[in-house]
Design a protein around this ligand. Structure first.
Ligand SMILES: Nc1ncnc2c1ncn2[C@@H]1O[C@H](COP(=O)(O)OP(=O)(O)OP(=O)(O)O)[C@@H](O)[C@H]1O
Length: 378
């Protein structure tokens, strides 16, 4: 009996490789077929490396050739596995929050590096640029955003939306704000455990009427603890920025911050690193730069970690004062500070656009274990 190669091909068109949509001929999995009388040799390459997939492929090839071509054919299957290169892109699929285009998490490894100050200024700058902006202050350890946006004495109202009671964010300078700070007494130390905090955060996200937003900024608590994991678990974060000063100990923690977002279980794209307090410029000597905390530390860290460097913000007395009186410095007109925040904000938006064209949407992350997150307290 002489087997016809074309018949073998036709037979193989009836079966697929496990996990691949097209039949194995169409998908290109079948690389070669050789026939010698009643002997058939099939070379096939599959992507799925599991033993089950390899066995199934082999058995199905034998079966279909025996069924459709020749019941006594002597068949040899040469199976090769070529798993696709593991992508470093975000594999997490998106379940976006209706109406919210992008969620940007602002993190810092170390406390006090100016993460909240930078977040508040990013928010008002985005609003000045005409974007619809929301800001969620998730810093359970020290929610400072109500003060920075001068709404500390206000409270979110309850409104009815489609028959449901929703929390209406407080708004100032074109920025909608919800903060843990609205629900605690001003001098009350908030010592919340992860699950409590995450419940409150969930309410501020899903039981709030944010309406349409181009950007929702998240002011994360400092560090890389379980609250961060809780947030990543419940929110489709589009990208993260990490704020650091150029100082060595801040940089070491910023490195941990970047690593936290990049670890496999979280895998949120890092849009870049921001250097705050990059240098000091006295008001009376605006051209002088004193690198109090070191020079270009965060820039070098960004290069080292191969993430974008988003810009530097100087240490300026008026930035601190503006934060204290609740009118972010970026609201100034025509000052170098306003300019610095504008450049920074443009860079963040640019990186976000790049990210959105390169990667799929981020889904709320399903973390089942905290293993691998070295900074998580046991
Ligand atoms: N560029 C800057 N120039 C001057 N002062 C600044 C600057 N950035 C931040 N500050 C001041 O530094 C202090 C700490 O800033 P901020 O509260 O924003 O830090 P943080 O990183 O959010 O802190 P934490 O996360 O620990 O609450 C504040 O008093 C703030 O006004």
């Amino acid at each position: 009996m002489k087997i016809d190669k074309k018949e073998v091909l036709r037979a193989l068109e009836n079966i697929t490789v496990p996990g691949e949509g097209q039949n194995m001929v169409e998908s290109g999995a079948v690389k070669n077929i050789q026939v010698f009388g009643d002997e058939v040799e099939v070379d096939i390459t599959i992507k799925n490396p599991s033993l089950q997939a390899r066995k199934k492929t082999e058995v199905e090839i034998l079966k279909i050739i025996h069924d459709k071509v020749y019941a006594k054919a002597k068949i040899k299957v040469n199976l090769k596995v070529e798993a696709p290169a593991k992508t470093t892109v975000n594999e997490i699929k998106g379940k976006p929050i209706p109406g919210i285009q992008s969620i940007i998490a602002v993190a810092s490894g170390k406390g006090g590096v100016g993460k909240s100050t930078v977040t508040a200024n990013l928010a008002v700058t985005l609003a000045k640029m005409g974007f619809k902006v929301g800001l969620l202050d998730t810093d359970i350890y020290g929610p400072s955003m109500p003060i920075m946006l001068d709404v500390a004495l206000e409270k979110p109202l309850s409104i009815n939306v489609d028959g449901k009671n929703k929390m209406k964010p407080v708004e100032n300078y074109g920025v909608k704000l919800l903060s843990i700070g609205f629900f605690t007494q001003p001098n009350q130390a908030v010592i919340w455990r992860g699950p409590m905090a995450s419940k409150a955060l969930n309410q501020m996200i899903f039981d709030a009427h944010w309406d349409e937003l181009d950007f929702l900024l998240l002011d994360l608590p400092p560090g890389t603890g379980d609250i961060h994991l809780s947030i990543m678990q419940s929110l489709p974060v589009t990208g993260a920025v990490v704020v650091s000063t150029p100082q060595e100990i801040a940089l070491a923690d910023a490195r941990k911050g970047v690593a936290m977002f990049q670890q496999e279980a979280i895998n949120v794209p890092v849009l870049g690193i921001i250097e705050n307090m990059a240098y000091f410029t006295p008001e009376e000597l605006p051209d002088n730069k004193y690198h109090i905390f070191g020079k270009d530390g965060a820039k070098h860290l960004a290069q080292d970690l191969k993430v974008p460097f988003l810009g530097e913000i100087p240490l300026v007395q008026s930035i601190r004062e503006a934060g204290d009186v609740g009118r972010p410095a970026a609201l100034q007109n025509g000052t170098p500070t306003e300019e610095a925040f504008e450049t920074l904000t443009k860079n963040v938006v640019q990186e976000l656009v790049k990210r959105n064209t390169a990667l799929p949407p981020t889904e709320a992350i399903k973390i089942t274990t905290m293993a691998g997150c070295s900074a998580v307290k046991k």
